[in-house]
Design a protein. Structure first.
Length: 276
């Protein structure tokens, strides 16, 4: 049964499309974790769910997703593209921001080989160098700080230790040489469409070290994905970004547990493993 976040997201999606005069369609929930994706015929509405627990004003992230995805689409890079008619938004309904996207048919069971994933990510990186908009400079570090402030009291007394660890890692990150990143570049964010590999989910895009995207690629794909990337970063940068990703994952699991209390043991296991 759908939880309150999903139900609210569907209501917001329906309200926005009705306001815009779009044809009525029976809503189909495609995804209901970090964000809820609601298909309404040829349009998919994206509404924050778990992310809204971590970010007090998630509309800024949704707007960034739209701006970056539109830029990449105009560059000829295959990404899930925001609508133009009606405008993609963010729109607002029922206290929630909603963005609108073209429904992109794909094979959800297909996973591309490491060389395809890594090569297409390099294409994204190359195009993003020309992105004209402003991007966050601390990315996951700012997210961590917000999570610890908002939910630290539910982290089994570990919030001060996690904050200290975040400060230590921040001091080890390279201070120069950053670039626009995908921000969450794991193989699950690359879908198999009839036209070929297609990236999505650019709301976490930020200006930071290339090692951040490559650490995610390796951690959630495997070392063969990293080896296939047409470029390299210093091992020391990869190690610190991997550690930051692992720290972020611990805090994020506690956010998930706020929405799904039965998953609290996962967060506690991750916390123990991080400091073991």
């Amino acid at each position: 049964m759908a939880d309150e976040h999903t139900r609210n997201a569907v209501r917001a999606a329906l309200a926005v499309t009705a306001r815009l005069g779009l044809s009525e369609h029976v809503p189909e929930v495609l995804h209901e974790r970090s964000n809820v994706l609601v298909r309404l015929g040829p349009v998919v509405a994206r509404v924050p769910a778990t992310t809204a627990l971590a970010r007090p004003e998630p509309s800024a992230w949704l707007a960034r997703d739209v701006a970056v995805s539109r830029f990449l689409t105009e560059c000829g890079v295959r990404v899930v593209s925001p609508t133009t008619d009606p405008p993609a938004g963010p729109h607002f309904a029922a206290g929630l921001p909603v963005t609108l996207w073209h429904h992109t048919p794909h094979d959800p069971g297909h996973r591309y080989a490491p060389d395809t994933v890594a090569g297409s990510l390099a294409e994204v990186h190359s195009a993003l160098r020309g992105f004209p908009g402003e991007l966050p400079r601390r990315g996951p570090l700012d997210d961590l700080e917000r999570i610890l402030v908002r939910h630290g009291d539910a982290m089994d007394g570990a919030a001060p230790r996690l904050a200290a660890e975040a400060t230590r890692i921040a001091a080890e990150l390279p201070g120069s040489g950053g670039r626009p990143l995908h921000g969450d570049a794991h193989p699950g964010n690359l879908i198999a469409t009839p036209g070929g590999p297609c990236w999505l989910d650019f709301e976490d895009t930020w200006h930071g070290p290339l090692a951040w995207d490559l650490a995610i690629l390796a951690r959630q794909g495997g070392p063969e994905y990293l080896a296939a990337y047409p470029g390299s970063v210093p091992e020391s940068e990869l190690e610190v970004c991997t550690r930051l990703r692992e720290l972020f994952a611990v805090a994020w699991r506690y956010v998930i547990a706020k929405r799904f209390p039965h998953r609290l043991p996962e967060a506690r296991t991750a916390l123990a493993a991080y400091f073991s």
